[in-house]
Design a binder for this molecule. Structure first.
Ligand code: SF4
Length: 265
């Protein structure tokens, strides 16, 4: 007879909150807090300056890299120089041509489309509306959510392989998806599951003044730090369950422990 798995989403949620509290005190606390400060600083930038060059920098970098982390050599330096040279005059024809040269002819249409909006704020508001209908423009899906999350739309989650693994392994997906309609390989379904987890399990839980129940994009930053190879590297390609704070509450770890016990019996 197969015994019941001892997974409970409430216990997992408590363990997850404790893990976030621990991360905010541990060796990577400083860089994680700087990341949260960066999100907070960006939040009002487009309100104050609808053509913020910080927003431009991020959009153009995401266009160039197609949303990936690795950047072509010296690209940031060149983009920095471009922004110093033109500042708020980046909409002139000569500036736009220079920007197209910088991102490459293949991405010309992305830059031209971006420049059809009178301001970056208007572009961003429309991008957010598109995202809520599963659509995008100028940026790819991941780049879109990365940009929106970084510039104040904290309900958008830039899902990549790190988040996919964590949301599925942890039990979040199984607890907050519709079994007969969801697909664990569809990013939008994982996005929805994490959003529901935050709304249902992280209410009354804030870090650095951010209410995480309404900010799954910020929760994502913790998941990413927990998983990324150059930070905690805990729930990466090979999960390190034995050393993980969540080992007694995570679905994957509990299932594996139970399986090993069965084999040993
Ligand atoms: S217990 Fe294992 S699978 Fe679960 S979050 Fe930790 S490393 Fe990932």
């Amino acid at each position: 007879m197969v015994s019941r798995l001892e997974f409970e989403i409430d216990k997992f949620a408590n363990g997850f909150k404790n893990t976030i509290d621990w991360m905010l005190k541990d060796i990577h606390a400083q860089e994680i807090k700087e990341g949260l400060q960066y999100f907070n600083d960006n939040k009002n930038k487009l309100e104050k300056d609808p053509d913020s060059t910080d927003a431009l920098f991020m959009i153009i970098r995401l266009v160039k890299t197609s949303g990936f982390r690795l950047k072509p050599r010296n690209f940031d330096n060149k983009l920095d120089l471009f922004i110093k040279k033109y500042a708020e005059d980046f909409r002139t024809i000569s500036a736009r041509d220079e920007l197209i040269m910088l991102v490459g002819e293949r991405k010309r249409k992305n830059v031209e489309l971006l420049f059809t909006y009178p301001t970056l704020k208007e572009f961003t508001d429309n991008l957010y509306a598109l995202a809520n209908h599963g659509k995008t423009e100028v940026l790819g899906e991941k780049g879109r959510d990365n940009y929106l999350r970084d510039f104040g739309y904290w309900d958008r989650i830039p899902i990549d392989i790190h988040e996919m693994r964590f949301i599925i392994r942890s039990g979040i997906y199984h607890s907050f998806s519709t079994v007969d309609k969801s697909d664990h390989l569809r990013k939008s379904d994982l996005h929805d599951a994490l959003t529901r987890f935050c709304r249902n399990c992280l209410n009354d839980y804030s870090v650095e003044g951010i209410d995480l129940s309404t900010a799954p994009g910020i929760v994502d930053a913790f998941i990413w730090s927990f998983s990324a190879i150059d930070i905690y590297n805990m729930c990466g390609a090979v999960p390190k369950c034995k050393n993980c704070n969540l080992r007694n509450v995570c679905l994957y770890s509990l299932a594996n422990t139970q399986l090993v016990q069965k084999i040993m019996e």
